[in-house]
Structures are given as C-alpha cells and as structure tokens.
Design a protein. Structure first.
Lengths: 279, 76
C-alpha cells in the first residue's frame, strides 16, 4: 500500500501541451488533434444535418429546439452588430457554423476516452481539436481573412485604409497613430487563437492534475472541473464569435458611415457645443 | 550565492513567483469588472442584459493569466 502511494507521489500528473504524430499518409504527418478534429467534424455534420431535416414550423421539442436557440441567438447577434442589419445577413451562415464547430470541438474534448485513456505508440490517440495551437491559428486566420476581405469589399480599399486614421494622414502624429493602429489590428489573429488554445489546453491540464490528486477517487475530484470546462468551452466559442463579429462590424460601420467623422475638424467643437445646448 | 543555487531548485521558485505575480493583475481586473457590473445591476436592473459584454472583457483580461500559466511549462 505504501509502495502504491509512493509511486503516485514520485511520478506526478502526465500533461501534454503539444499534439503528437500518430500516423502518416503519403509522408504527411497526421497529429492526434487533426484526427479527432475529423471525427468531430463528421459527428457535427451528421447531427446538424439530421436536425435540419427534422426542423418544423411548430416546435416539436427535443434537441432541435436547442440548436434553434443557438442559431437564432448568433444570427440576432451578428445582425444587430451592424448599423444596417441587412448588411449583416450574408455573414450569418459563417458565424453560426464557426460557433457550432468550436462549441462541439470544445465539448467533445471533454468526453471520457479523449487524452490519456487510449494510447497508440505511447501517445494519446485523441486530443481535442481546439487544444492545438495549429488548429486554432488556422481558424483564426480564416476568420480574420474573411473579416479583412469583407470589410474591404463593403467599404472600398480607400475608405478601409482611411478608417485607421482619426484625422488627416499627412499630419505626422495621426500617421504614426494610424500605423500603430494597423499593427494592433494584426495582433488580433494571435490573440483570438491563443485565447481559445490556452483555455482548452489549460482546462485539460487542470482536469489531469485534479484527477491525479484524487488517485482512486479521480472521477469525484475531476467532475467539478469538467463541469466548469463545459461552461468555459461554451463561453470561449461565444467569445471567439462575438469578437470576430465586432472586428468586422467596427470596420464596416466606421468605413461606411455617411458623415465622415473627422475629429480634427475645427467645426467639431462648435457642433458638440450646439448639440449639448440643445439637449 | 552559488551554493544557494545548488541547494535550492530555483526553477520552482521562479514558477511560483510567476504564477503568483501573473494571477494578481487579472484577478484585480476581473474583480473590478464583476463589481462594477453588479453595482450597475443594483442601480438599474435593466443593465443585466449587458452580461455578455462583461464576459467579453473578462475573456480579454483572462488571456494574460492564461499566458502566465502557460509560461510555467517553458521555464526550466
């Protein structure tokens, strides 16, 4: 008995921070997170297509209505972010897909059997897709690519470039601030993807640590953290979607505003004064 | 000083300081956001619909705590 606990004390919990190669197809290494991402993608397609076929005008209950709540919530969110809701309608399908993809990947990563339980060549066979920086970076690059493409298309290249500057770009101070603003814009890909990756990975690590501390009571000690991770997974999918919608909506709203807001205009102070007096 | 470095595992101390220091700031920040949100709801119950926006800012702050946590795997 002493030897058993002594063994536990010396080893420590096993945590995996990076994904591991499990097999190769024609020289391309397939990691465990990509493999589980494929499985999750197939499960997601099957579930959502089945539910979409069962959709009726009068709700019948079941899983369909929960998916409908999510879809209507995200579509309202996307449309209400734009000043002109009609502009936002065509971006709804992408963001709803993104939300359900991230939600299912975060939640299916918590299923028992993912991680340490099933092993192949000494590495875990399954790893949550969003627990890999390559995966979240890919999602982030695609999303921000869409955001840049859509805002340039909606606003025009000239207006899009102009929305970085608060005043006349020929003024060196405003030019400098505008360039800093552009660099800030580029960090969004990194911050979106790192936030999702770290939340999922650190959740896995915390669950592994508490399962280790509980030794033979592992299900009891790890259960509260698994429930917290259910909440965090849903929250992070929502955060990812709302932040990318906000980036898109800010660029489009700012660039397509009818009156160009030039804060350095001499008339602005007078106008503000008039407005406050009237109010 | 050399003897101290031999006797003590300095990486453990470094990790402990990093976790402690890195979690103080985001803890204060999330506390301010949550406190102000509850104050706003107490003053005007209509304001409870802005919970989503409060969560967005919490997620932005939380990133820095997560970066500190992730860094303990890099320190040797």
């Amino acid at each position: 008995m002493v030897g058993l606990f002594g063994g536990f004390a010396s080893s420590g919990p096993v945590v995996y921070i990076t994904s591991k190669d499990i097999f190769t197809i024609h020289g391309i290494e397939i990691t465990n997170s990509i493999f589980y991402g494929w499985i999750c993608g197939v499960i997601l397609l099957v579930i959502l297509i089945t539910l979409a076929r069962r959709m009726t005008l009068k709700p019948k209950g079941g899983l369909t209505q929960y998916v409908e709540i999510g879809v209507s919530y995200i579509s309202t969110l996307v449309e209400s972010s734009f000043e002109d809701p009609k502009r936002g309608t065509k971006y709804v399908p992408y963001f709803v897909t993104l939300f359900f993809f991230l939600l299912f990947n975060n939640w299916l990563g918590l299923v028992p059997g993912v991680g340490e339980a099933i092993k192949i060549h000494g590495n875990p066979l399954l790893r949550p897709f969003t627990g890999d920086l390559n995966a979240t970076l890919a999602v982030g690059i695609v999303t921000m690519g869409l955001v840049y493409f859509a805002s340039i298309k909606e606003a025009g290249a000239k207006d899009y470039l102009k929305h970085f500057f608060i005043g006349n770009p020929l003024n060196p101070m405003y030019l400098f601030l505008g360039i800093i603003e552009m660099f800030t814009d580029m960090t969004r890909v990194i911050s979106l993807s790192i936030r999702l990756f770290l939340n999922v990975t650190i959740g896995e690590i915390v669950i592994a640590v508490f399962a280790y501390l509980g030794s033979f009571l592992a299900p009891v000690t790890a259960a509260p953290f698994t429930i917290i991770e259910l909440f965090v997974g849903a929250l992070q999918a929502y955060i990812f979607v709302i932040l990318s919608v906000m980036y898109l909506a800010i660029a489009v709203n700012h660039a397509t505003a009818e009156h160009s807001l030039d804060l350095t205009d001499e008339l602005v102070t007078e106008r503000i004064g008039l407005e406050t007096e009237n109010a | 000083m050399i003897l101290l470095a031999d006797a003590v595992n300095t990486a453990i101390i470094g990790k402990g300081l990093m976790i402690g220091g890195g979690f103080i700031g985001p803890g204060i920040g999330i506390g301010i956001i949550g406190g102000n949100y509850m104050a706003a709801v107490g003053r005007n119950p209509e304001a409870s619909k802005f919970l989503g926006q409060a969560l967005v800012f919490i997620a932005i702050i939380e990133l820095f705590a997560l970066l500190a946590f992730a860094s303990i795997f890099i320190v040797k």
